[in-house]
Ligand binder design. Structure first.
Ligand code: NDP
Ligand code: N5H
Length: 257
């Protein structure tokens, strides 16, 4: 796979630590020869990222701060990427947030603010970054986001995030139509449960991983590296005929009734 992304500039959003899905993606893209640009929200994530890159001897092209809750922050981040890098060829969106107390109990109890927050950070953010990224994807490109089965089915506790992911998946289709004429593709990976910082402490996570090991066709869980390689496929020209798609990387769990 080495050389598949040689000379391509790819922006990766959402590395919080070594367990992040975005870190699995980073390793796959790096092995394929990509030049990597990173964005973080929290200082803590920035520090973790710098250490991880050193440990794995990956030289980042640029690391910029970006809080997707703010248009100003997104605009500043992409202006800096434009100034220092110029053209980009790919964007990895691996960002989501909902209030922890709304990821349990009844969806019907979701607050107005909690609903809007989950939509803003987990779904609208893809629209906002696509808008910014398309301006510097002048040679065509590929945008990849991360979703979960809870967008398609009612999965206990996923609640407000399930509705946000449904909105994210619909956005993938609408955005794919908009930017297709510029040679830009937009796709999503729907990963099975992976133990990350976000997943920490949320109710029902352990049962979900056991369910995959018992019921999925492949009878095993999913890891960050599998999502990384599937994302590499979407970023690379190997997937040049595919856009507006949601690809399940879940040991086949979603086909089981
Ligand atoms: P992580 O906790 O590792 O990553 C979540 C990231 O979201 C963090 O890097 C965090 O940045 C970022 N983030 C949150 N709010 C903002 C914001 N306002 N602006 C910018 N960045 C923000 O968890 P995962 O790797 O699990 O999550 C990545 C994606 O994968 C999410 O979309 C998640 O829904 C999806 N997913 C996860 C699955 C799983 O089982 N883990 C399964 C299917 C999909 P910071 O740390 O700087 O705050
Ligand atoms: C059915 C399940 C289990 C229940 C639902 C979990 C949903 C998790 C998604 C969101 C993104 C988690 C979240 O926002 C946590 C925050 O409230 C608290 N955490 C933080 O603030 C940490 C420090 C930062 C880094 O996190 C973020 N997000 O910024 C779903 C699981 C089986 C699969 C899963 C875990 C899916 C998913 O979308 O992540």
């Amino acid at each position: 796979m080495s050389g598949l992304l040689e000379g391509k500039n790819i922006v990766v959003m959402g590395v919080a630590n070594e367990r992040s899905i975005a870190w699995g993606i980073t390793k796959s893209l790096h092995q394929a020869g990509a030049n990597l640009i990173f964005t973080n929200r929290q200082e803590r994530s920035y520090k973790k990222l710098v250490k991880l890159l050193e440990k794995h001897e990956i030289e980042p092209k640029l690391i910029v701060s970006c809080d997707v809750a703010s248009d100003e922050s997104i605009n500043e981040a992409f202006a800096k990427i434009k100034d220092e890098i110029g053209v980009i060829h790919g964007l990895i969106h691996s960002v989501a947030f909902a209030n922890r107390e709304e990821l349990q109990g009844e969806y019907a109890d979701t607050s107005r603010d909690g609903f809007l927050l989950a939509q803003e950070i987990s779904a609208y953010s893809l629209v906002a970054v696509t808008k910014a990224a398309k301006e510097i994807m002048t040679e065509g490109g590929s945008i990849v986001t991360q979703t979960y089965l809870g967008a398609e089915r009612v999965i206990p506790n996923y609640n407000v995030m399930g509705v946000a992911k449904a909105s994210l998946e619909a956005s993938v289709r609408y955005l794919a139509e908009d930017v297709g004429k510029y040679g830009i593709r937009v796709n999503a990976i729907s990963a099975g449960p992976i133990r990350t910082l976000s997943a920490k402490g949320v109710s029902g996570f352990n049962e979900k991983t056991h369910l995959l090991e018992e019921k999925a066709p492949l009878r095993r869980g999913v890891d960050q590296d599998q999502v990384g390689d599937a994302t590499l496929f979407f970023v690379s020209d190997l997937s040049r005929g595919i856009t507006g798609e949601v690809l399940h990387v879940d040991s086949g769990f979603h086909i089981i009734g």
